[in-house]
Design a protein around this ligand. Structure first.
Ligand code: NAD
Length: 274
């Protein structure tokens, strides 16, 4: 008797399920671009959107096989347009990954700039909402699909001096849990992935701003960040992409409503020094 290596082999309907496009927001660079590359490798027809026209142009020339467009997730009409385009091209949305997000400022609550607060909430929460709202009807109608909200380890702890970011990422967990319940009966799975600090320019910027805010050297701040992680190092964007590829696949067909950290095990986000 042949040994079964994949849970999907238990499911006679697996191949019959609609696939559709894999749509990833904020994906012309950074983690989203790595996820896009990985899903394309796995055979998904991928569509990325991003607010930065130059990054989109650069991504498009490096990845002629991947559809890329300019869209700001804060614009509900842009979300509807991108979703409609992906459906027109590929019949449905098989995977939606809400990845676009900004770090927001590092500041004591009384010093948080109102505009920075609104921008962080607008991109990180409202942006995900507009894409969820636009994509859910097609996913329900197709009878399946996977949604992945890219949150953060900031969604698991209190995060002093990063109130807007933490609040926005905790909100994504609320949306994940709620929509897993709402969309599960339609065959749509909804999970959140929580990256720890990811090697790359974004975390370098966060560390630099944090160091300036605390009057410390960036290297010292980086060492403290690393010491907060059991594995004592940052993750890579490919670590996140691999987890998303798994969650998007039929191998994860019974995983929904989960909050999955890819972080080397964050023990705390509390900074020992003010
Ligand atoms: P990044 O800044 O490197 O890339 C983000 C991309 O999103 C950029 O291409 C940017 O142009 C795009 N973007 C920004 N605002 C947008 C908007 N309004 N509409 C559409 N696109 C927009 O960030 P990253 O490190 O790749 O982070 C991706 C996601 O992972 C974010 O949600 C972030 O909060 C989360 N995350 C990152 C880290 C990390 O250490 N880098 C850790 C935890 C969670």
């Amino acid at each position: 008797m042949a040994i079964q290596y994949s849970a999907a082999e238990d499911d006679p309907d697996a191949d019959a399920r609609p696939k559709g496009a894999a749509l990833i927001t904020g994906a012309a660079s950074g983690i989203g671009a790595a996820i896009a590359g990985k899903l394309a490798e796995d055979g998904w027809p991928v569509h990325v959107c991003d607010a930065a026209p130059d990054a989109v142009a650069e991504f498009a020339s490096a990845h002629p096989d991947i559809d890329a467009s300019v869209a700001d997730v804060r614009d509900p009409q842009a979300a509807a347009r991108v979703v409609a385009h992906a459906i027109a091209q590929h019949g449905s949305i098989g995977v939606l990954i809400n990845n676009a997000g900004v770090a927001g400022m590092t500041a004591a609550i009384e010093d948080v700039d109102d505009d920075d607060w609104r921008r962080t909430i607008d991109i990180n929460i409202n942006g995900a909402f507009y894409f969820l709202k636009a994509a859910a009807p097609a996913m329900k109608a197709a009878g399946g699909g996977a949604i992945i909200n890219i949150a953060s380890t900031a969604a698991l702890f209190g995060y002093p001096q990063r109130t807007a970011y933490a609040a926005s990422k905790w909100a994504l967990i609320g949306m994940t849990k709620t929509l897993a319940m709402e969309l599960g009966p339609f065959g749509v799975r909804v999970n959140a992935v929580c990256p720890g600090s990811v090697e790359g320019p974004r975390i370098d910027g966060v560390i630099e701003r944090d160091a300036a805010h605390r009057g410390m050297a960036p290297e010292e701040v980086r060492r403290i960040y690393e010491s907060q992680v059991s594995m004592r190092r940052f993750v890579t964007k490919n670590d996140i992409a691999d987890t998303c590829a798994f969650l998007a696949s039929d191998r994860a067909r019974m995983i929904s409503g989960q909050v999955i950290s890819v972080d080397g095990h964050t023990e705390t986000l509390t900074f020992p020094i003010k």
